[in-house]
Design a protein around this ligand. Structure first.
Ligand code: B12
Ligand code: SF4
Length: 456
């Protein structure tokens, strides 16, 4: 007997300062799972609650699943627990939770309404669970399930079928990333060879780094309908030979797409020729973890970079007209002058798109233990662990001024008339208007936060 499986991507909590006002990306993880499970003849549907309007109960009654799979990041922990409770009230089906947070801190999902929490090798483990349920077998010996007290080794190869993107056909035209619209996602490597002290991503693969071969990537790319591709590798700019092989393959196969990637500043600074080459094959934007314009902070974060390297990297991207989306960590020891200096530095670098993240010691990283006694947002208020709330008390400022100073930088950079004009010229007035509505709504969330009597 085939199993009916409903895979759900949750809608973020209203307290989460979410990015979905400026980007909604395809749930690639659920497409991978769904494609694999479907190949065994099961019936699979993907439900994207970011885009759906009705409550979860409606879809459970409509689809009547045997198994529900929920994906979650840290900010979704309470949401998926609540979904699980509602689902179980309607139907006694099996509820499975997976995703990067479950892989590192599975205990956070402990709930009487969740049957299986996946701590390793999501696709394989999910397949094993479905097969056990289908054949009425015990799941006790499935390694990747948290609570079975087995010690699974995380896989370092990725030999699963390419995601069948038609599983989200009805949502596809709504997936975008700022000006990359419509936009598809793709993953070509897992983990990262570096070891930045604040980084959660490395924990997902237990510090291992491995990648898919170029032929396999090109085969997948050829079947993606969208022109804009967001490569969601933690760091796509690792190996210059692999990148050159990728660019050559794109040209040989006449693949004309545009790429948004994550990349480190030190690679860009050292490999201008590769960046130039990649630009010619479609590189359009790089999200660079610049983190700070202060040497001592880069050292503290074990970033293995420097202010000079950061500056060289941004100037190379500017030189080739590749957009730099700079991400920065706002230290909890920041005072007014540090915010002013950061703004001056960003302006000097001529970066138009920034993401300012208050320093967040995510559970599962070593830093969490160092800060767990000084949290102002408790661990169980998961919806506020969104890398936008400050979870640790700022040392030299009150929280209201801290948020206000973050907002001020966002405002000064995004409302800079020169930047606005450049953006309108490049992306058109309609896209710019849409993005500014999105950013205003995030700003409002911050303003409301700053006006609350008690800021938490
Ligand atoms: C791309 C990306 C995004 C995209 C969305 C991508 C998407 N698919 O929807 C955008 C830019 C919108 C985004 C937003 C956010 N993100 Co983000 N994002 C990423 C990034 C770079 C890649 C994620 C990805 O697409 N992976 C590809 C898929 C195929 O792989 P996967 O997620 O690992 O899934 C596998 C397994 O986990 C498992 N699995 C997953 N789900 C399930 C479910 C079941 C039932 C099972 C069995 C298995 C399973 O199987 C999958 C296939 O192997 C990661 C970094 C990383 N290394 O993961 C950060 C990351 C996941 N994001 C993070 C965060 C915090 C956020 C935000 C909350 C930030 C914010 N302020 O808004 C938001 C929340 C989004 C929302 N709307 O709710 C954190 C999560 C930390 C944590 N402990 O949970 C990460 C790890 C980055 C970081 N700073 O550490 N993100
Ligand atoms: S380079 Fe990026 S992904 Fe790699 S460890 Fe540092 S912050 Fe994490």
């Amino acid at each position: 007997m085939n199993v009916k499986i409903l895979l759900i991507r949750p809608k973020p909590h209203k307290e989460t300062i979410g990015l979905q006002k400026v980007m909604i990306c395809e749930p690639l993880e659920l497409e991978y799972l769904g494609t694999y499970i479907k190949s065994y003849g099961h019936e699979v549907e993907i439900l994207d609650m970011i885009l759906e309007k009705k409550p979860i109960s409606f879809y459970i009654e409509k689809f009547n699943p045997d198994v529900v799979g929920l994906t979650a990041y840290i900010a979704h922990v309470n949401i998926v627990k609540e979904y699980a409770r509602e689902i179980k009230q309607i139907k006694n089906c099996s509820v499975v939770v997976g995703g990067v947070h479950a892989e590192v801190v599975p205990e956070d999902f402990d709930s009487p309404f969740i049957d299986y929490i996946i701590k390793a090798n999501g696709i394989k483990t999910f397949g094993q669970i479905i097969s056990a349920l289908q054949n009425n077998l015990s799941t006790e010996n499935i390694e990747g399930i948290w609570g079975n007290n087995l010690s699974p080794i995380k896989e370092t190869t990725f030999a699963y079928p390419h995601p069948d993107r038609s599983l989200v056909k009805k949502y596809r035209d709504k997936y975008y990333y700022m000006f990359h619209n419509p936009c598809a996602l793709m993953k070509t490597s897992f983990g990262c060879p570096y070891n930045c002290s604040f980084c959660f991503c490395r924990k997902i693969t237990d510090g291992k780094y491995f990648f898919r071969n170029i032929k396999d990537i090109i085969d997948e790319l050829k079947n993606i309908p969208e022109d804009e591709i967001y490569i969601v590798d933690d760091d796509f700019l690792v190996d210059r030979d692999r990148l050159l092989e990728f660019c050559n393959a794109l040209d040989e196969q006449n693949i004309k797409k545009k790429y948004l990637i994550y990349g480190r500043a030190d690679f860009i600074a050292k490999n201008e020729d590769v960046i130039k080459r990649f630009q010619a094959s479609g590189l359009r934007a790089v999200i660079v973890g610049l983190e700070s314009g202060r040497e001592e902070e880069l050292l503290k974060y074990n970033k293995k970079s420097s202010v000079e390297i950061n500056e060289t990297a941004v100037s190379i991207l500017n030189k080739y007209n590749i957009e730099c989306y700079g991400t920065f960590i706002i230290g909890i020891d920041y005072e007014k002058k540090d915010f002013s200096n950061l703004y001056i530095w960003i302006k000097k670098l001529n970066i138009k798109f920034i993401n300012l993240q208050p320093f967040t010691p995510l559970p599962g990283t070593e830093l969490y233990d160092d800060y767990k006694d000084t949290l102002i947002i408790s661990r169980d208020q998961f919806e506020k662990w969104d890398l936008a709330h400050t979870v640790v008390k700022p040392v030299k400022m009150d929280i209201r001024s801290y948020y206000f100073n973050i907002l001020k930088i966002y405002y000064k950079i995004t409302m800079n008339p020169v930047n606005i004009l450049k953006m309108i010229k490049k992306y058109g007035i309609k896209e710019c208007f849409k993005l500014s509505l999105g950013t205003s709504s995030i700003t409002m969330q911050y303003i409301k936060k700053s006006l609350q009597k008690e800021i938490r």
